[in-house]
Design a protein around this ligand. Structure first.
Ligand code: 4AD
Ligand code: MG
Length: 431
């Protein structure tokens, strides 16, 4: 008797197999019950007949509660009307554990209830589909860098140097050394690694203590970051275009079925190929003012501003050259316009907004010290980072892509909270 995954049924037509899984749905009558069983690889319909299972067993099967765990032995038959195209005619069904009444039913539940039941909600077909797209996306992200000569560098989660904005740091007491922080970015450490390895990347959890409740914010999210020696701003953007196109095209090709289940229209995603649109921060401001925004020069684009701009283009769009005071200390001063930095945010179309933040880095020791001071950061705490500008400093650039925001765009979801198995948000750290 062969134990078999539901996804492999096409290889076992007419054979007797054993599957192990959970009852996802059930329709029963006196003589026959139809159980939908999920095993982690797929879903199949199990035909359970009184005549075959016997008078003793059948009554239990007939009322087996949803989400009970079961082991089924039966024969695989082709049946085009059945979900997946096959069904299993049961010879024997063992109930491993009879489930209590499952709290998530067919009726509509509010997001707060579902988030409190996240450990159970993850079993729903929609969440399974999203997790499978996430799995494919992360794999293609890693593959891209390995195919393009990058080396993985795992950067620390506990740090003592702030990489972004001091107002969004989670801090912790670190033994006798005082305050340490949860990492907001691996970038500064990647910068150290380029001197030995040239092109490097990291992919890990990142933390932001932002009191933000928008559909784009998590307090813990996963970020892909890449850093390249001898790369300037334009080379950085060219790489990002190529990378984003690669991960989108490969993910949608691999997960067509799941995206169809999520009712994602793939037409706009198929257009995600180089070159992407590019406008400057100043041009973005003009566009926004024409569309009624009251944004002022020297402030960052808000979520609503991003929605307006991305609604105007059918491909991702780079917004380049922000005023220096909007952005982090490490960005390279613009060679002709010292009030600006050589950076770009990449906004995803269809209203999704920023998925990448990147820049060429300040490679001059003196300008970097000045930038730290201008941002009220103490250069002494950044001694190791400043060393990188003393020992063979080179032009270099890099970027960070948010996995959850990218996945939310690819899946066509309204909120990032469904893109991560256990979301952490300002009012949610359970389960
Ligand atoms: O723009 P950010 O803050 O850039 C950095 O951290 C740089 N150090 C990256 C680099 O150059 N190596 O963040 C990068 C991306 C954003 O574009 C967004 O996709 C995601 O990380 N992100 C968030 N995702 C979910 N929730 C949040 N609170 C996020 N903050 C940033
Ligand atoms: Mg950003």
């Amino acid at each position: 008797m062969e134990e078999c995954l539901i996804k492999d049924f096409p290889k076992h037509i007419g054979e007797e197999v054993v599957i192990k899984g959970w009852v996802f749905n059930r329709r029963s009558s006196g003589k026959v019950s139809f159980l939908l069983v999920r095993d982690g690889s797929g879903i199949c319909q199990v035909i359970a007949e009184r005549e075959i299972l016997g008078e003793e067993v059948y009554p239990e099967i007939k009322k087996v509660p949803i989400e009970s765990s079961v082991i089924v032995r039966g024969t695989v038959k082709e049946e085009f009307r059945s979900p997946g195209g096959y069904e299993l005619h049961a010879a024997r069904i063992e109930i491993v554990q009879k489930s209590e009444e499952f709290p998530i039913g067919k009726k509509e539940h509010g997001p707060d209830f579902l988030l409190s039941q996240r450990h159970l909600w993850l079993r729903s077909s929609r969440q399974i589909a999203i997790m499978r797209v996430r799995d494919a996306l992360v794999r293609h992200v890693r593959d891209y860098f390995h195919k393009n000569g990058f080396t993985l560098i795992d950067t620390p989660i506990i740090t003592t140097t702030c990489g972004e904005d001091t107002s969004s740091l989670f801090s912790l007491e670190y033994f006798d050394l005082g305050k340490a922080f949860l990492s907001q970015t691996g970038q500064l450490y990647l910068e150290a690694a380029i001197f030995g390895l040239g092109k490097v990347f990291c992919l890990g959890p990142t933390f932001r203590a932002e009191r933000s409740k928008t559909r784009r914010h998590l307090t813990e999210f996963w970020m892909l970051e890449a850093e390249m020696a001898f790369f300037d701003h334009d080379q950085n953007l060219a790489l990002q275009e190529d990378f984003v196109s690669y991960i989108v095209q490969n993910t949608i090709a691999e997960r067509e079925q799941e995206l169809a289940f999520l009712e994602r229209d793939l037409a706009p995603l198929k257009k995600v190929v180089p070159p992407f649109n590019r406008i400057s921060y100043d041009e973005a401001l003009e566009i926004l003012k024409k569309h009624g925004s009251d944004i002022e020069w020297g402030t960052d684009l808000g979520g609503d501003d991003e929605t307006i701009i991305t609604g105007l283009y059918d491909k991702p769009i780079f917004i380049e050259n922000y005023p220096r005071k909007v952005k982090a200390f490490y960005m390279k001063q613009h060679p002709e316009k010292p009030e600006y930095v050589r950076c770009a945010d990449l906004l995803a179309p269809e209203g999704y907004g920023e998925i990448i933040g990147g820049s060429q880095r300040e490679d001059s020791y003196d300008l970097l010290v000045k930038a730290l001071k201008d941002n009220n950061l103490n250069p002494e705490s950044y001694a190791w980072y400043l060393d990188l500008r003393k020992y063979g400093s080179v032009p270099h650039a890099g970027f960070g892509l948010g996995i959850e925001r990218t996945l939310s765009w690819i899946c066509g979801l309204k909120h990032v909270r469904e893109t991560i198995p256990f979301p952490r948000m300002i009012y949610r750290a359970y389960p």
